[in-house]
Design a protein. Structure first.
Length: 472
């Protein structure tokens, strides 16, 4: 099942749901007299549902997503739905107040609740339906990855982590190596491409994905042509994949494609808007959570009569050091040996749900950090950064980020965190920041129970050797 089919199905379901839930809210609010006859009454009744449908469609086009399943990361799916719905609610109420349309506040509250429940359950149902189709292999598209590298393995894990793609990694093919009949190094076997294409087609393979460079040699091009002749689709991962930290835009000049690698630096308008959001949200949360912060500090002081806060040296924007605040809790609290050691259990609770990071709202207000961005690391780690790692220092560090939503923490590999941080940098926007803030709530609720990606799949065999099929 193609992803756009899923998107169209969800969009149509959403529009019908917006219309029906508004009528249902109207009926619940006014009972038997909910649908009086007459043009004026009909217009006033139908205005709300039509506005809801149009506004939701507009926001879907603006956000480019509406919570359709996008992998095995439920917090991201939750935020992908909640973020546009939050703006939908605000815009809906603003239009009503500006247009002086009189609807009962209770009716609107019922509608917002019913519509969100409808959206949530429609996506849960769709996810279950996709998993059911995958389990019984209905409409499953079998994919072969051409290449035998870490990128090939990473691609396979990501495909397995996205059931909405309805893909199954059937195996791997690698160019033949050696001499004589096998051909030159890193080249497909000459004269074997037709037979291999037939073998792939007989194995019900639908697509090939090249993760190796496609050079202009006859063997590779013949193999691609033969696969297409047998009905196989061909995709490729570009050689500049590792430069995905920069947003890629394409244009064409008389049929010649040009790819533009945009800078990591955000534009000034976004920086100003991000800073405004940081100050506003961090200030409000500091005030609202101040009783919780004081209570945590009091409990920590009572537990061992030591200091409550500590500051740690971290490297921030463009390599500038700063002092990051946090509660006096170890990054990996040990399990208490004594069951009566409630202080240590409390510290483990703070660490598990990242409540030990709450004092960093002050760092956000000072401007050392942002709400969303790469987590800052110690000078010891930064000292061993490669040029690739150092690109994450072009962003202001944050309290949460895409890497944290994916389940990574301070003790995880800098390589993994950098990949996600640069992915965030390539797509940073106010909408993405709001999405990640919502997703963080879901991540904290599921902390220590979710893996980012499934285990690594087994490796395949060379193209010139016997066919290796990965069993389900």
């Amino acid at each position: 099942m193609r992803r756009y089919y899923v998107t169209l199905l969800l969009l149509g379901t959403d529009l019908v749901g917006a219309f029906l839930t508004f009528l249902l809210a109207h009926s619940i609010r006014y009972g038997a007299s909910a649908f009086p006859f007459g043009w004026i009454s009909f217009y006033s009744m139908i205005y709300g549902p039509l506005l809801a449908v149009g506004l939701w469609m507009l926001l879907i086009l603006l956000f480019g997503s509406h919570g359709s399943p996008s992998g095995l990361n439920y917090p991201l799916d939750f935020s992908q739905l909640t973020t546009p719905y939050f703006f939908f609610t605000v815009a809906f109420l603003a239009i009503f107040f500006a247009d002086h349309v009189l609807y009962s506040r209770l009716e609107l509250a019922i509608f917002f609740l019913l519509f969100y429940i409808f959206l949530l359950f429609s996506r849960i149902f769709l996810r279950r339906a996709l998993l059911w189709l995958r389990r019984y292999r209905i409409g499953l598209r079998r994919v072969v990855i051409v290449g035998d590298s870490e990128l090939a393995q990473d691609l396979a894990r990501r495909i397995n982590g996205h059931p909405e793609l309805h893909y199954e990694v059937a195996g791997y093919l690698t160019p033949a190596s050696g001499t004589g009949a096998r051909g030159a190094s890193n080249r497909l076997v000459a004269g074997k491409s037709e037979a291999m294409a037939q073998e792939l087609a007989s194995r019900n393979v639908h697509e090939l994905i090249f993760v190796i460079p496609i050079r202009k040699d006859s063997e590779t091009l013949d193999f691609i042509a033969n696969c297409q002749k047998h009905g196989l689709s061909v995709k490729l991962v570009p050689e500049y994949y590792e430069m995905h930290s920069q947003q890629i835009e394409s244009l064409s000049i008389d049929g010649i494609p040009l790819l533009e690698l945009k800078s990591l630096y955000p534009d000034p308008a976004y920086r100003m808007l991000k800073r405004l959001m940081d100050v506003t949200v961090a200030g409000i949360l500091m005030i609202l959570l101040s009783p919780v912060t004081l209570l945590i500090g009091l409990i920590l002081w009572v537990s061992d009569h030591q200091r409550v806060l500590r500051s740690e040296l971290r490297i921030g924007l463009e390599g500038r050091p700063f002092r990051m605040l946090r509660f006096h809790v170890d990054s990996s609290p040990r399990a208490p040996k004594d069951p009566a050691d409630w202080g240590e259990r409390f510290r483990r609770f703070l660490y598990r749900y990242s409540l030990s990071e709450m004092p960093q709202f002050w760092n956000v207000l000072k401007g050392d950090m942002s709400l969303v961005g790469p987590r800052p690391e110690s000078p010891e780690r930064v000292r061993h950064y490669s040029t690739w790692h150092q690109r994450r220092l072009l962003l202001k560090p944050g309290m949460t980020g895409l890497a944290q939503v994916r389940g990574l923490r301070g003790t995880d590999s800098s390589d993994e965190k950098t990949r996600y941080d640069l992915e965030y940098a390539a797509n940073q926007s106010p909408f993405l920041d709001v999405r990640l803030l919502f997703a963080t709530l879901g991540t904290l609720a599921r902390r220590s129970r979710t893996k980012t990606l499934p285990p690594k799949s087994q490796r395949g065999l060379p193209l010139s050797g016997r066919w290796n099929e990965k069993r389900a």
